[in-house]
Structures are given as structure tokens and as C-alpha cells.
Design a protein around this ligand. Structure first.
Ligand code: GLU
Length: 430
């Protein structure tokens, strides 16, 4: 007899339903099938435990004008500890996207062994189209709207696409004002003056490059002199570029919202970073050729690092990619179709949930430091980060070889398995 009360894998009427959410669920279902995951746990994990949608007003700089914005916070799994994940500001962010990214955060945290479930938040605004004062008002009001959900023991936000240290400082301040005392541990990725951790800003980029030697060895690429292409030059791409140059790679092309540039002899990344700080983007960087964003993805290179938005590697350009190794710095940069095309072509993809886990790992260090009021040295942080990243990579590689699956499937298996075990031992209340 069919179980009429069992919720369908992806119900069309789900509030958070969207193409991105469907993709995250279908990825999860495929892996769950391979693992023979318990049906009860499988159904539970396809749905986030808590989702909050808010709409709220904010004043524009023209005082009499008030606009309304949408805001979201989703907590996927509350089983292993507080939930953790960034807040993104983007003009098209929606509940489905936030729910999908919250799910990815669950697998990411479990995979690297952090005591968190996954969460994500978002505000549907274009952060580049509002003033600093407007951004501050939006942030403070959004924080007030989700204040019942966040907290150092419940849910700890961090930066994501379109947000930064400044935004985290405003969230920390708003939350602390409501509590009546300073609560640094409510967010991570804060400025160091407020209890932010040293090396958090560079953590995601550094973490990606810490995996480069092991990943390069796996696909027969020499790190010294390897040509690297980076799509995105924000918090992730910039520090990945600097770290790649430090280990002897040649960063030959970089692209961002303003355009893309190429120099076969290698770009001077330190000078490029200063140039971007001054003019706001990579376009026009002296000593490099301008190329289109399509050309960027097709440049002859050994390593490609997508480090900005999702979905940039898709069925339309996967066939043109010439890199032998893809290090996913962004969340969800490769569509499922592109993933299959690249795997068939023998390209090694180190998936987002392991590759960009350096950010949340140093966030974890920041949270621990804030709770203990005891701060670590940069050396301690960088070496612990490396150790955790490499350990996670090796454990995923081991699953990938043993189960004869690609790295993405292996990483998901590792993450899902840990969450499933925790759910089983906690049982169901009541
Ligand atoms: N937004 C980052 C991510 O997607 C960092 C999250 C965090 O530090 O909590 O992993």
C-alpha cells in the first residue's frame, strides 16, 4: 500500500520550490540512492527545518521615500549544533535559492567536521545600487526582523555574495543593542576590532589553494608554473589569486562584473588587487588584453577557479573549457548538466562544499575565539585551516576511490552520512 502521508521528494506546492532548490534536492536524492540512505531520513533532509520570509521597509536617502524589501533566513538541519551560513544581498535572491544554499551548508559543515547545521539568509536588493547609509538601514532592519532566529547558540550568520565585514558589524551592533550588551559571537566575518578573526577575510581563497597541490597531483598537473584562470575577483577570487601566485602558479586571466583580462605571461596579482581597490574592477588593467567573459572560460590553462556567482559553468560552455582541474570557489558554480559533460571529458572537479569550506572553517575558529574571549595567532589559524582542508580532501578522495564515484558525489556522501548518523542517534521527539 502506498504511504499516503509520505511527503513527495519535491512537492510542487513547496514554498521554497525553485529550479535551484530542485537541483539541490535532486543531487541529494541521487547520492542518497547510491548510499542506500534510510527513507525516513531521506525525506526529512529534503526539507529545511525552519524558513522565515520577511518583508520590511527602509528609508531611502530621500527621507520621505520608503521602499519594501524581501528578506529570508533558512535553517536546514538543527541536529548537530547551532546553524551556520552566510547572508547574501542580490537583486534576484529568493527563498528557493536560500534554502538550496542552506542545504549545501549542512553538507559542507558535516564534511569538514564542524559542529553546525546549515543555514543561509538573503535580502533581495542590489547592494551596488544603494548608498552606504541605505545599506546600513536595510541591514539593521533585516536583523531586527530575523532577530528571534539568530544568536550565538542558535544560528550564526556570516558574509556571502554582496555582503562584507561592514554588514557583519552592523548586524552585530543591532543584535547587541537588543540584548543590552556586546555579543560578538552572533556573527562571523566581522572586523577584527569587534572580535573578528585574523585571516577570516582571506580564508576561503587560501583554503582553495591549500587543496591545489593534492588536487594537481591527482590529475598530473605541476603546481609550479600552472596557468590559473579566475572568474570573480571579490573576497574569494582575489585571495585565491594571491595564494596561487605565492605557490608558484601563473594567474593568466581574471574576470569580474566589469569585464575580463588576460596576460599569458601572468598577471601581477598584488598590483591588480590595488588597481581594483582604486577603480572598482579589473577592466582596463594596464598590461593585459581585454577579453569577453565567454573567452575567459575557454582560455587554455591548467586550473579554472569559478569564484563568484552560481551557474557560470553550464551546458553551453562546458565543452569549451580547457582546464584539467576546476576548483569551485563559488557556491554552486557548475550546473548538473555541465558536471556530467566535464566528468566525461576527464576534468577533475573539486566541488564547492569542500573547496570553499575554508571560509566557514575560519568562521568556526572565530566563533570559538569569541565564546572563549581568547584569540589565536595568524599562524595557528592558517596551519589549522590547512590541516582541516587537507584532511577533508583526503577523506573525500578515499571515498571517491573506494566507491568509484566522482569527487562531488564522494563529498556529498561523506557529509550526508555524518548528518544521517547524528539524526539516527538523536531519534524523533516525542
Ligand atoms: N558564506 C560562506 C559559505 O558559503 C561562509 C559561511 C560562514 O562562514 O558561515 O561558506
Amino acid at each position: 500500500m502506498p504511504d499516503r502521508n509520505r511527503a513527495p521528494a519535491v512537492a510542487p506546492e513547496m514554498e521554497w520550490d525553485s529550479p535551484m532548490y530542485k537541483e539541490a534536492v535532486s543531487q541529494f536524492q541521487n547520492v542518497a540512492e547510491k548510499m542506500g540512505l534510510d527513507d525516513n531520513i531521506r525525506e526529512r533532509l529534503t526539507m529545511p527545518q525552519r524558513s522565515l520570509v520577511v518583508t520590511f521597509p527602509y528609508r531611502t536617502d530621500e527621507y520621505s521615500k520608503v521602499r519594501t524589501a524581501y528578506g529570508y533566513r533558512v535553517q536546514h538541519v538543527l541536529t548537530m549544533g547551532p546553524t551556520k551560513g552566510g547572508i547574501r544581498y542580490a537583486p534576484d535572491v529568493n527563498l528557493g535559492e536560500v534554502a538550496a544554499l542552506a542545504m549545501l551548508m549542512t553538507w559542507k559543515c558535516a564534511l569538514v567536521g564542524l559542529p553546525f547545521g546549515g543555514a543561509k539568509g538573503g535580502v533581495r536588493i542590489d547592494p551596488h545600487a544603494v548608498s552606504r547609509r541605505e545599506l546600513q538601514r536595510v541591514t539593521r532592519r533585516y536583523t531586527a526582523e530575523v532577530i528571534g532566529m539568530i544568536g550565538p547558540q542558535t544560528d550564526i550568520p556570516a558574509p556571502d555574495l554582496g555582503t562584507d565585514e561592514r554588514v557583519m558589524a552592523w548586524i552585530m551592533d543591532t543584535y547587541s543593542q537588543h540584548q543590552g550588551h556586546a555579543v560578538p559571537a552572533v556573527v562571523t566575518g566581522k572586523p577584527p576590532e569587534l572580535g573578528g578573526s585574523v585571516a577570516r577575510r582571506e580564508a576561503t581563497g587560501r583554503g582553495i589553494i591549500s587543496l591545489l597541490p593534492s588536487a594537481a597531483m591527482r590529475c598530473g598537473v605541476a603546481v609550479d608554473g600552472a596557468r590559473v584562470v579566475i572568474q570573480g575577483f571579490g573576497n574569494v577570487g582575489r585571495y585565491a589569486a594571491i595564494a596561487a601566485a605565492e605557490v608558484g602558479c601563473r594567474v593568466v586571466a581574471v574576470g569580474d562584473l566589469t569585464g575580463a583580462i588576460h596576460n599569458g605571461n601572468g598577471l601581477e596579482v598584488g598590483r591588480l588587487a590595488r588597481y581594483v581597490d582604486e577603480v572598482g574592477g579589473v577592466k582596463g588593467f594596464p598590461g593585459a588584453d581585454e577579453i569577453t567573459s565567454d573567452e575567459l572560460m575557454a582560455i587554455d590553462c591548467e586550473v579554472l577557479i569559478p569564484a563568484a556567482v552560481g551557474g557560470v559553468i553550464h551546458a553551453g560552455n562546458a565543452g569549451d573549457i580547457r582546464a584539467r582541474l576546476i576548483l569551485e570557489g563559488a557556491n554552486n558554480p557548475t550546473t548538473l548538466e555541465a558536471d556530467r559533460i566535464l566528468l566525461d571529458r576527464g576534468v577533475l572537479i573539486v566541488p564547492d562544499i569542500i573547496c570553499n569550506a575554508g571560509g566557514v572553517t575560519v568562521s568556526y575558529f572565530e566563533w570559538v575565539q569569541d565564546l572563549q574571549n581568547y584569540f589565536w595567532s595568524e599562524n595557528e589559524i592558517v596551519s589549522r585551516l590547512r590541516e582541516i582542508m587537507i584532511r577533508a580532501f583526503e577523506s573525500v578522495l578515499e571515498v571517491s576511490i573506494r566507491e568509484k564515484v566522482d569527487m562531488r558525489t564522494a563529498a556529498l556522501m561523506r557529509g550526508i552520512e555524518r548528518v544521517a548518523r547524528a539524526k539516527l542517534v538523536r531519534g524523533v521527539y516525542p
